[in-house]
Design a protein around this ligand. Structure first.
Ligand code: FES
Length: 492
């Protein structure tokens, strides 16, 4: 029997993005059966997918290493516990028994068929040649099926390992899929996968992460105070922050489909670290309280305020998947008392008020098109958040970053971008250093045209000062790019 696997699982098995597989389905290279792919088709299209070079196995090593470090640090995240592993081994064993049973039935039928053919052949000698041919054909077919099975062997083995170390979650009605590794909660794994799940406290107190189990098995990993009624429990409701997935599960849960679905939030957070990569630019790292994380979409802004001093609006430069950790890139403005305060007085552990999020510069829902990100100077902040989010979602086929500045040293996170380039095959980074601010958009356009003579099918996300963003929009328009494919935001 051939095995059907979800697109998320298939992407892990052959080490490509989900976007890549979705594109192949659209192009007819792979056939989809209600969102699932056949392992035999995968083996045909990716004949070189082996156990040795599979990214899933690298990830498995990282999970084990990570789990070991966490265990040493006595945190709550551990590799799958014995009970979970036993349940998963049990499921694999059931599959194995079923497969063995099918094989023995199959061989039984084959033996009976051979005996029957021999009987018919003896009774009707005039048919014996044809029946012998038929037998030879049958044996050949069986052999070719076995050979095909061997081609799938590396994928089948990897899939079985994946089934042991991680459980797959499918969310209804969106159809989003992700994996829960170790004993992580269903909520934190979803957030790490870049999904905008509904939540509040992350520790079982608020009830905002309430979801409904439609199939599969879950397990409580934390006692919680939020009381689910008996009726809730009978209907399959559970708290995503307080449970892990034992087997593959399907749940119904609330997700933000767009920025309108995320409420305005107000809370206090503390400064974790302040760095000054440039004399007039500071990278401010903030940690939110455990019980109040900021729900936002990559590319959005918040208001930062120090009571009695002042406030400013700033793009969040970190990915929503970073949970309690927020990052901002703030430019010094001598007319703004808040930035003066940040540069001169603010220190670790100080309190900052946060209000937000606002803004519409977010990834289009389920963005699968290849994306070109263009940052002018400090417009890099929202672009960084969007890139990290797009990488986490793993649906985009290819990501390009053009970071345009007037001087080399303004590439204040150049090494960060190079690290992305080294780590992600589908990411390319092009710094653009132009001497003249007025010509920067032209410089980007020239480099972009060299790298991508054809701009059809790309989506463009641009951020930076008004003037550069407007010049870039018009340069793209002149190249025939439709405005519906261009999204932009300007710095405050
Ligand atoms: S996020 Fe508050 S109970 Fe789960």
């Amino acid at each position: 029997m051939d095995r059907l696997v979800s697109i998320s699982r298939a992407a892990k098995l052959v080490g490509v993005s989900r976007g890549n597989l979705q594109r192949r389905v659209q192009d007819g290279e792979l056939e989809s059966f209600e969102g699932q792919l056949l392992l035999s088709d995968l083996a045909r299209v990716f004949p070189d997918a082996t156990l040795e070079d599979n990214t899933m196995l690298e990830k498995l090593e990282r999970i084990i290493e990570h789990a070991a470090i966490k265990a040493r640090n006595r945190t709550t995240s551990l590799p799958p516990d014995m009970e979970t592993l036993a349940a998963r081994v049990n499921l694999l064993t059931e599959d194995l028994i079923e497969a063995k049973l099918e094989i023995s039935i199959f061989y039984n039928i084959m033996d009976k068929l051979k005996a029957r053919l021999n009987t018919v052949s003896r009774a009707h000698p005039q048919l014996s040649d044809s029946l012998r041919d038929l037998q030879a054909w049958l044996l050949q077919e069986i052999e070719s099926v076995s050979e095909k099975k061997m081609e799938q062997f590396p994928l089948l083995t990897t899939d079985n390992i994946l089934r042991l170390v991680a459980a797959q979650v499918r969310i209804e009605p969106s159809g989003h899929e992700y994996f829960v590794e170790g004993s992580n909660s269903i909520l934190e794994s979803g957030l790490s996968a870049g999904l905008a799940l509904n939540y509040g406290c992350s520790n079982g107190n608020c009830g905002k992460c309430k979801a409904r189990l439609l199939s599969g098995e879950i397990k409580k990993i934390r006692t919680h105070d939020y009381v689910l009624t008996e009726k809730d429990k009978l209907q399959g409701y559970f708290l995503a922050c307080s449970n892990t997935a034992v087997t593959d599960i399907i749940i119904s849960a609330d997700e933000a489909g767009s920025e309108q679905d995320i409420p305005l939030q107000t809370f206090q957070a503390r400064v974790r670290k302040i760095e000054m990569p440039l004399p007039d630019l500071c990278v401010l790292n903030i940690k939110t309280p455990r019980t109040q994380r900021l729900r936002f979409l990559a590319g959005q802004k918040v208001k930062l305020e120090t009571p009695g001093v002042g406030a400013m609006e700033a793009h969040v430069a970190s990915c929503p998947c970073e949970d309690m950790h927020l990052q901002f890139h703030l430019h010094r403005d001598s007319h703004n008392p808040f930035t003066e305060h940040v540069f001169s007085h603010l220190k670790a552990n100080d309190v900052i008020n946060i209000e937000g999020p606002v803004g519409h510069f977010v990834l289009r829902e389920d963005e699968t098109n290849p994306i070109v990100f263009i940052a002018f100077g400090e417009g890099f902040a929202p672009i960084k958040s969007l890139i990290e989010h797009a990488m986490t979602l793993d649906v985009t086929e290819h990501i390009d970053l053009f970071w345009a500045v007037t001087d080399n040293h303004e590439l204040y996170m150049h090494n960060n971008c190079r690290a992305w380039s080294d780590a992600f095959e589908r990411f390319s980074y092009s710094p653009v250093i132009g001497g003249n601010r007025d010509m920067l958009a032209n410089d980007v356009m020239q480099m972009l045209s060299k790298e991508h003579p054809q701009l059809d099918g790309y989506h463009f996300y641009i951020a930076g000062p008004d003037k550069e963003v407007a010049a870039m929009q018009s340069a793209l328009q002149q190249q025939g790019v439709e405005s519906a494919c261009v999204f932009s935001d300007t710095l405050a």
